[in-house]
Design a protein. Sequence first.
Length: 393
Amino acid sequence: PEPEAEAEAEPEPEPEPEPEPEPKPGPEAVDKPEPKPEPEPEPEAVDKPEPEAEAVDKPEPEPEPEPVAAAEPEEAPKKKGWFARIKAGLGKTRANLTDGIADLFLGKKQIDDDLMEELETQLLLADVGIEATTEIIDSLTDRVSRKELKDSEALYQALQEELTALLAPVAKPLDLPPKGEGPFVILMVGVNGVGKTTTIGKLTKHFQAEGRSVMLAAGDTFRAAAVEQLKVWGERNSVPVIAQHTGADSASVIYDALAAAKARQVDVLIADTAGRLHNKGHLMEELKKVRRVMGKLDAQAPHEVMLVLDAGTGQNALAQASTFNEAVPVTGITLTKLDGTAKGGIIFALAKQLGTPIRYIGVGESLDDLRSFAAEEFVGALFERDDARRDDA
């Protein structure tokens, strides 16, 4: 156990090693050698306040970042651009979705019922979801009947347009207020193993790069390692971390952090929370309590409830999102680990069935592999179209 409510003193400036988060199983090429994080055992058994019903909805836990010396970030400029990285990161999903679709069109000139049925099947197999697939196929069928699409090549292009149109309404970057008007409070939620703590570290670097001051709140008090992991990110990024001992009241920790952030006029406060499995009702109630307690200091807080989802969970991500929405209305989604799964099609199901803004996507382990979500760029990378590249990509 750690001493009560310690707000870390102003961290000593030190070179920031580039954190390399959870190891990925995917075969995609990594742009530079990675330092091996020392795996820290997840003390799951200690943290469970009640017997687990079943771990169906829980992705496999990954080792969180550890305080190990990492390569200096001087090599970053040598990395390939974002568009190249997202194309590489989506390799498994492309093999599962777009390569299969492209194969359907090989040697085909005419559009017939068989082609449409095979296209529908391919979308469903890639976790695009029934609702999204139905909308896409219905729209394409209508365009074919109106003679808009005269051959399979036109249909192939129209499919990309439909996929982009499906994602466009949820491609909304996180909009922070001007510097000095904070603290802007981001409450991070999500089940164990989705990469919440890693995402917090990456977001911290992004906000600092924009010239904003950041503070972290160690609200995940159930896992003994969680507080230490967040402190590591705090030290690496030279930001203060407000924490208490393991088992402390999460709402109390986050309340103290918000009070400290207001006193220090911090721009952004990011609050971590425990990896609440959605079959644990009392944990969801605690999440509601966190929100109520924050409201005592700032009626608008949290300004963003960021749900972190692992793309590898496929359709299960929808169930997680719906349950968290019942506890605290989710205002944004970060979809992680797209590089390690063939189930990246879930992003279309999330867009269609939830309509919640997708703020960021993660396609790799380095800091630069977390990026604001852009619909046209995503679909372009999926279909390997260089014309979808953003100016800064």
